[in-house]
Design a protein around this ligand. Structure first.
Ligand code: 13P
Length: 257
C-alpha cells in the first residue's frame, strides 16, 4: 500500500522562533489529515528542537544530508547515527543542490543510502536532470543512470527501504514546476523500469515529485497515479501554503497495490 507523503525540505532557512511557530501551526493544521504522511527536514542544528516539539505527533522529521562515514575526522559532517539520536526517521540524500556543487557523486550517494538504511533511517534519494539535459531530451537517460547506480550499489530489493524523488533541476526554486503530465510520465517510466526488474519493488516503492510544488499545482500533481507525494522547498517556508499542500495529499486515496 502506498500512502501519499509530503516532505518539507526547509533547506538553509528558519530560526528557533520561526521553527517553533511553523511546527505548532503545522501540527494544528494537519491534525485531521490522517490519509497522508508528513515529514519536515531541517538544517541539522534544529533537529533537537524538532524532536522536542514533534515527539508524540504524527509528523516525522529528518536531516537534509549525512556523511557516508560512521565517525572520524570529517569536519562539518554529521553521521547517520547522530541523526537517529535526534529522533530522525528520514534523511534526504543526493539532492541536486549538493550533487551540483560536487559534494555528492552517484557512488557516494549510493553509499549514503546503504549507511542510512543500516542506521534505521529512510533515505529520500533525489534524482533529476538539468535544464540542458531536459532540453536535449535526456531526462530518461539521466534519471535511469542515477537510479541504476543506486541499484548496482545497494541491490534492487533494498530500494523499498528508502524513498525515491524525481526533482528536475530546472524546476527547483524557479517557480516553473514540471507539468503534472510530464511528472507523471517520468514517474510512470521509472516505476515501469523498476517493475521490469522486480515487480514487487516497482509496485511498492514510493516515488515523490519535487520542484516548485505549490498551492496552485499541488492538487493536479499529487492526483497523478504514479506520484506518491511531494518534496517541497520554497512553499514549505509559508506555513499556510504548506498545509494546503498537505491537505491536497490527504485528499487522494491511498494506492492499494
Ligand atoms: P522548491 O520547492 O523550492 O522548488 O525546491 C524543491 C526542492 O529542492 C525540494 O528538495
Amino acid at each position: 500500500m502506498r500512502r501519499k507523503l509530503v516532505v518539507a525540505n526547509r533547506k538553509m532557512n528558519g530560526s528557533i522562533p520561526e521553527n517553533k511557530v511553523f511546527l505548532k501551526e503545522l501540527i494544528a493544521g494537519t491534525e485531521d489529515f490522517s490519509n497522508a504522511d508528513f515529514v519536515v527536514c531541517f538544517p541539522h542544528p534544529y533537529l533537537g528542537q524538532a524532536q522536542d516539539i514533534l515527539t508524540g505527533t504524527p509528523i516525522a522529521w529528518g536531516g537534509q544530508n549525512m556523511s557516508r562515514y560512521d565517525h572520524g575526522p570529517y569536519t562539518g559532517s554529521v553521521s547517520a547515527k547522530m541523526l537517529v539520536e535526534f529522533g530522525c526517521q528520514y534523511v534526504i540524500i543526493g539532492h541536486s543542490e549538493r550533487r551540483g556543487r560536487g559534494h555528492d557523486s552517484d557512488s557516494s550517494v549510493g553509499e549514503r543510502f546503504q549507511v542510512a538504511v543500516k542506521a534505521g533511517l529512510k533515505p529520500i534519494f533525489c534524482m533529476g536532470e538539468t535544464l540542458e539535459e531536459f532540453e536535449q531530451g535526456l531526462t530518461d537517460l539521466v534519471t535511469i543512470r542515477q537510479l541504476n547506480s543506486l541499484i548496482q550499489q545497494v541491490g534492487i530489493k533494498s530500494l523499498t527501504q528508502g524513498i525515491l524523488a524525481y526533482e528536475p533541476v530546472w524546476a527547483i526554486g524557479t517557480g516553473k514546476a514540471a507539468s503534472p503530465e510530464h511528472a507523471q510520465s517520468i514517474l510512470h517510466f521509472l516505476r515501469g523500469y523498476l517493475i521490469l526488474k522486480d515487480p514487487e519493488v516497482g509496485k511498492h516503492i514510493s516515488i515523490l515529485y519535487g520542484g516548485s510544488l505549490n498551492r496552485g499545482n499541488a492538487v493536479d500533481i499529487l492526483s497523478m497515479p504514479d506520484i506518491d507525494g511531494g518534496l517541497v522547498g520554497t512553499a514549505s517556508l509559508n506555513t499556510e501554503e504548506f498545509i494546503e499542500i498537505c491537505q491536497a495529499a490527504n485528499a487522494f486515496m491511498v494506492c492499494d497495490v
